[in-house]
Write a protein that binds this ligand. Sequence first.
Ligand code: SF4
Length: 258
Amino acid sequence: MSALLSQDINYDAIKDPQIVTLLKGLKHRRFNAYYAPDAAAARKIVLELVPADVKVGTGDSTSATQLGIADALKERGTVVYDAHRRGNSWDDTHRFSALSYSPDCRYFLTGTNVVTQDGRLVNVDAVGNRVAGMFYGHEHSVLIISRNKIVKDLDAAFHRIRTQISPQHVKIRSTDLGGRPFKTGCVKTGVCVDCQGEDRTCNVFTVIEGKPKRTTVHVVVVDLDIGLGWDPSWPQERIQKIIDGYKSLVWIPPQLKN
Ligand code: SF4
């Protein structure tokens, strides 16, 4: 086993104490936890975790796209049903989504919206497919988490999802990037009004507290700012960089395009 995949993490080499606490919390909950200092290390970990000859299903994860993980797996010859990729037709998206949840896919790759310092994985989903794939239907799920997704506790996790991640996700994908305007209230203001219409995206909340009985969960903690999420107290420059990176690769469903 390589040093990257070792469960004996060298905590002394990690500068951010929040990440050390998180890695220990994840292991305490019987998740397999890995530390990646950069994108290249994250790709290397996933390439070592996932056997070359398996099929990999995916849930929508901008973080995984930013790290180039699906591309690296495909270049290596692994079949990846990369459904949530800009440029896919709606037919492709549906086809690859359906294949992602087939029993043929022993591995499932996605990201996580928020993680508490002690290792609880907290997510929101519109359809529910991404979150379900994390804990059921595949032998292994591989979850990408970056340093900007760490929050203090469950209260902070739900607060961040409701006041920031969900409204910003809707606003960016529709208003900012020119998709169909959602009728959700948050779309123009970026503030949640607990809408109840058909366009609501915050329909399924999940908290994974420990290793699901039938799934091995691998959590790759990446020491980078990627995906969507920040603390409002951070410098504006850091926040803007996160938003710009997210906007550059977030998946926009084809049917949302005007
Ligand atoms: S519940 Fe509705 S208004 Fe609130 S963030 Fe979700 S989609 Fe937006």
